[in-house]
Design a protein. Structure first.
Length: 236
């Protein structure tokens, strides 16, 4: 498996390379935005990307945006900017996780494995309770003008596939599994908790709902996800 690191601190890069190599990962690193974008524009063929926010010639947000234009590969931000503004901005650009420096290397590796696992296991397992609850018309569910195929984990609008991140897909499953019901923010956050203890927090839930709506709704469509002011959300 391949990991992309964009970080301008050579000491951090070297430490990450050693630790990740011991876990069986192949690591490719860049110390600036320009060179990393050249590699990304060739082909995004990494299993995960670790991005620093502050770089000599730009920032990790621009790199994340470029990645998201081509792929849903997991993105983890590494940054000394541990504040709400930067965290929300990272998730708005499509990040899967955000960890502040200084970080513990074992925790970082665990979180890398978690985002990779989520990206590869987005669709519910055959025969699972989650899949059984969502079974409808041969496992195909209508979501507005889109179709969700539970067996393949694909969301389609006509012949065009809509690419969702692992977190966005889990959020969609939460709504489709509770259609017509008002879901409080607490209920949604609880449903997003996975076996590794990774979760979407309250600060970023609004961002994920906004991103999911943007992907599922086009101009002129009826809202797919309704906001119940002061209470939560509902999918009819």
């Amino acid at each position: 498996m391949r990991i992309l690191i964009v970080e301008d601190d050579p000491i951090i890069v070297e430490g990450l390379k050693i630790a990740l190599s011991q876990e069986g990962y192949e690591v490719q690193s860049f110390g600036d935005m320009k060179s990393s974008l050249k590699e990304i524009q060739k082909e995004v063929c990494f299993d995960a990307c670790l991005l620093d926010v502050n770089l000599p010639d730009g920032d990790g947000f621009q790199i994340c945006k470029a990645i998201r234009e081509r792929s849903e590969v997991p993105v983890v931000f590494l940054t000394a900017c541990d504040d709400e503004i930067h965290t929300v901005l990272a998730f708005e650009q499509g990040a899967d996780d955000y960890i502040a420096k200084p970080f513990r290397i074992r925790e970082l590796i665990a979180r890398i494995k978690a985002v990779i696992r989520r990206s590869r296991g987005g669709a519910p397992a055959a025969g699972s309770k989650e899949a059984a609850e969502l079974k409808e018309d041969n496992d195909v569910i209508m979501v507005g003008k889109n179709t969700l195929d539970i067996k393949t984990g694909k969301v389609m609008r006509g012949d065009e596939e809509i690419f969702l991140s692992a977190v966005e897909y889990r959020l969609l499953l939460t709504f489709t599994g509770n259609r017509g019901q008002l879901l409080t923010r607490h209920q949604i956050l609880h449903s997003m908790w996975d076996s590794a203890g990774d979760f979407v927090n309250d600060n970023t839930l609004t961002v994920y709902v906004k991103r999911l709506r943007k992907k599922l709704e086009q101009e002129g469509d009826e809202p797919v996800i309704q906001t119940v002011r002061g209470m939560g959300y509902r999918m009819d």
